[in-house]
Design a protein around this ligand. Structure first.
Ligand SMILES: [Fe+2]
Length: 365
């Protein structure tokens, strides 16, 4: 890489175009001992106290990756060109998402080996999870609480009013439809919470009754296809804020959000769909007609064979799914012969991402 500099800027030439670096931008990235705590890499000073007139005095390439920079405040720092370029090019450190439908999905499940070196195993599991938004792991001990042990290998559990875990089996006086035996169409969990739980774990301890298969849909793929095939419906679902509420004797949880949400870069960031408890706000009848039509199209797509995968989660089987991307459901089941008992819990995106990054760094450096 070619480097040029003058007092006000450094220019890196990767291809023909120059990447221009500002003195303060580089100075506050110094990892020298006088600048940061070596363990946490957190700054030992307020960067606002640096001279705003800071300039470069020298910039020299030491080897193919390292450059040494001297600043006008006499600070000298080494930088990795590779690291700087990753930041400039905003390179994602997580595996790229692979959107899927039931035909295109490269389905793979994992058998967890308690005895094996679990770091490589876990990295493979988390790699698949980040690409496809879910992962199925089999051969865990089908015992109550084992889901907690497994989740804590990855991150920290987010407790809710249901407790550290929630038990999915039919109850006599259920406070949620999950605790009945009826079919549940594809939905995302708990859009009434703030923030909405990010990653759901669902673990099968017993499943020997008829029915009760698990279903999954890649909501991002559906949203993308909706945008191409039904742009008006897509726009309505992207722009209409829906009200969600959970209520029982002890709790009232309320939140609003759109069915399809994009981030600042215009990328899909969240799907919310829970059609047993959603309330569209008051609008004129003609607007509502359009909203209901858009929702029907989305509902038809997520319930179609094209997008939905359907499989039986065996005892000791665990699904980890991204509740901001995937929709999940189950077929109805009959407990007159046999029983069905699943346990679930939630963790946050940052802890599962952190686990992936640490494992990757430990294994590959
Ligand atoms: Fe659910």
């Amino acid at each position: 890489m070619n480097i040029e500099f003058d007092s006000s800027e450094i220019r890196l030439f990767k291809d023909k175009e120059a990447i221009i670096l500002h003195p303060l931008w580089l100075r506050e990235r110094s990892k020298e001992e006088s600048a940061v705590d070596p363990r946490s890499l957190q700054r030992l000073y307020d960067p606002e106290t640096l001279e705003d007139s800071l300039t470069f005095e020298d910039a020299r390439q030491l080897n193919h990756d390292e450059i040494l920079i001297k600043f006008s405040d006499k600070h000298e720092a080494r930088y990795s060109l590779n690291e700087l370029m990753c930041e400039v090019e905003k390179k994602e450190t997580l595996p790229a998402k692979i959107m899927w439908n039931s035909e295109s999905l490269d389905f793979k499940d994992f058998h967890f080996e308690y005895e094996a070196n679990t770091d490589e195993q876990m990295l493979e599991i988390l790699e698949y999870f980040h690409k496809y938004g879910f992962v199925v792991i089999q051969s865990l001990k089908p015992e109550e609480g084992e889901i907690i042990n497994f989740a804590e290998r990855i991150g920290f559990i987010r407790e809710t009013n249901f407790g550290k875990t929630f038990n999915v089996r039919s109850k006599k006086q259920p406070n949620d439809l999950a605790y009945t035996s009826i079919e549940l169409g594809p939905h995302t969990d708990n859009p009434y919470r703030r923030p909405v739980p990010s990653i759901q774990f669902l673990f099968c301890i017993e499943n020997n009754c008829l029915g009760g298969n698990s279903t999954l849909v890649d909501g991002f793929q559906v949203a993308k296809d909706l945008m191409n095939q039904y742009p008006e419906a897509y726009k309505i679902l992207k722009d209409t804020n829906i009200f969600f509420r959970f209520t029982d004797q002890d709790t009232v949880l309320e939140n609003t959000g759109t069915t399809i949400e994009l981030n600042d870069q215009g990328e899909l960031s969240q799907i919310r769909f829970s059609n047993r408890l959603d309330l569209v706000p008051y609008q004129s009848p003609d607007k509502l007609e359009k909203y209901y039509e858009a929702k029907r199209i989305f509902h038809r797509m997520i319930n179609s064979e094209k997008y939905m995968i359907n499989f039986r989660l065996p005892e000791g089987g665990l699904i980890i799914m991204d509740n901001y991307r995937l929709l999940h459901g189950r077929t109805s089941f009959n407990t007159s012969e046999g029983s069905r008992f699943l346990q679930g819990l939630y963790i946050d995106h940052d802890s599962i991402e952190s686990k992936y990054k640490i494992l990757k760094k430990n294994i590959y450096g």
